[in-house]
Design a protein around this ligand. Structure first.
Ligand code: EPU
Length: 419
């Protein structure tokens, strides 16, 4: 087991390049199973979730050739659903996309009940309702989810909640279905647009991704024979923006899309930090103590839940009392216990937390409870006086590529060591 050891207290300065988006990559890889041909995917983040997904689709019959650490050529002409992948699929949440893609491609799709970060109850009832509306039968038993169908026929589907996963999964299942599927109250996150762009590049007919109504006109076949580059990671970009503010630093983030970070930019300006965007770069700097703010996480374009813990670090050391309301994941405040070990004064109850700003955080041994909690602790460790040791960093490696190298490049004194 490894841990990260950070000697904090130095403002992070310099430039850093963002990798491809994890949450787009883990949907595009299964989406490629809908192609009866060959395609190239570039700008894949080199993270453990992507490596696991590649392993799964390989066991389903895909032939993979790595061109370099970010680019693969996939031949998905011969794909078959097999029980051999069930244990692997249990390891992370995004394996639920195999249900949509395998169901679109063949008459049966089966995954182990998806695992992933423990963020509270994570049902997939909306995905299942969507598959059923298209004509599939779904059975949840013995720790597995099995979807079967004779044929899939387009339908109108209203999502009770703008779920990212359900929107993408229904899109996947309907690309090769007969007729037109409409998803109403669809989620609008950047990676939804990216998955639709990928599928359209490969021959699908999806319109409206990025709005709350998506229409999918079923096509006979996705032929592939094209290359696609994964969108830059919105959450990694935001993580570096918040690291710049928490450490009173000055970071230029390269290869990012500033439009995806408007809600974060607005909050950073409100609390007194500076943000400037130009082309595919965002510069964030801060030379004074930031002030309090209230945050409510919401589906895109609202403030992303996946940046809530990182923002929590900034508010923990801002002047005044701030409140965060988390509206997506009930257990997303686990990181506040760890920040309190570093001297923060946070009281979390249910889906809200009150942050009484302190002047300084102090290094301590802390435990990463999930991916974004880990990113928050990393930022806190860089901002704190003294040494922070972060344990359970496998959570961080699931979603951030070469994280300590990137932080080191910005001047952080950070080492990965064997426990
Ligand atoms: N929900 C249901 N029923 C469903 C689906 C969702 O009740 O069938 C509820 C969930 O319980 C939750 C809310 O709806 O309260 C949002 O869930 P959503 O489906 O939007 O989330 P997800 O698809 O499971 C993705 C990301 C998460 C990110 C959320 C919200 C992936 C692989 N995961 O999860 O990313 O927090 O959207 O933006 O794309 C992360 O990257 O750290 C992460 C957790």
């Amino acid at each position: 087991m490894e841990k990260l050891v950070i000697k904090g207290g130095t403002p992070l300065k310099g430039s850093v390049t963002v990798s491809g988006a994890k949450n787009a990559a883990v949907a595009i890889l299964p989406a490629a199973l809908l192609i009866d041909g060959v395609c190239t995917i570039d700008n894949l983040p080199n993270i453990s979730d992507v490596k696991l997904y590649v392993k799964i689709i390989e066991s389903l019959g895909a032939k993979i050739e790595w061109k370099n650490e970010h680019e693969i050529v996939l031949d998905t002409r011969h794909i078959e659903c097999t029980d051999e992948t069930l244990d692997l699929t249990r390891k992370f949440r995004a394996s639920y996309y195999l249900l949509g893609s395998l169901l679109g491609r063949s008459k049966v799709a089966k995954v182990g009940s998806p695992g992933g970060c423990n963020l509270g109850s994570r049902p997939i009832d909306l995905h299942i309702k969507g598959f059923e509306a298209l004509g599939a039968t779904v059975d949840v038993s013995n720790g597995n989810i099995t979807a079967t169908r004779d044929k899939l026929v387009g339908n109108s589907i209203y999502l009770d909640f703008a779920s990212v996963g359900a929107t993408i999964n229904i899109m996947l299942a309907s690309v090769l279905a007969e007729g037109t599927t409409t998803i109403d109250n669809a989620a609008k996150e950047p990676h939804i647009v990216d998955v639709a762009n990928f599928l359209n590049t490969m021959g699908a007919d999806i319109r409206g991704a990025g709005t709350d109504i998506i229409k999918i006109h079923g096509v006979e076949k996705l032929t592939g024979n094209k290359s696609y580059s994964v969108v830059p990671d919105q959450i990694e970009t935001g993580t570096f923006m918040l690291a710049a503010v928490a450490t009173k630093g000055d970071i230029t983030i390269k290869n990012c899309i500033s439009k995806h970070l408007e809600s974060v930019t607005a909050k950073l300006l409100e609390i007194g930090a500076n943000v400037e965007s130009s082309g595919d770069e965002i510069r964030v700097w801060c030379d004074k103590r930031t002030s309090k703010a209230n945050i409510k996480t919401l589906p895109y374009p609202g403030f992303p839940t996946d940046l809530q813990p990182q923002m929590g670090v900034v508010l923990a050391i801002s002047d005044g009392t701030s409140i965060i309301n988390e509206s997506i994941w009930e257990s997303r405040f686990q990181y506040t216990n760890e920040l309190n070990k570093m001297g923060a004064k946070i009281t979390a109850q249910g889906k809200s937390a009150v942050f009484e700003g302190v002047e300084t955080l102090y290094g301590a041994p802390v435990y990463s409870t999930d991916l974004r909690a880990g990113a928050a602790l990393l930022i806190a460790g860089c901002a704190a006086q003294g040494t922070t040791e972060i344990y359970n960093i496998e959570h961080i490696d699931r979603g951030y590529e070469k994280i300590e190298e990137k932080f080191r490049q910005l001047g952080s004194n950070i080492q990965r060591v064997e426990e």
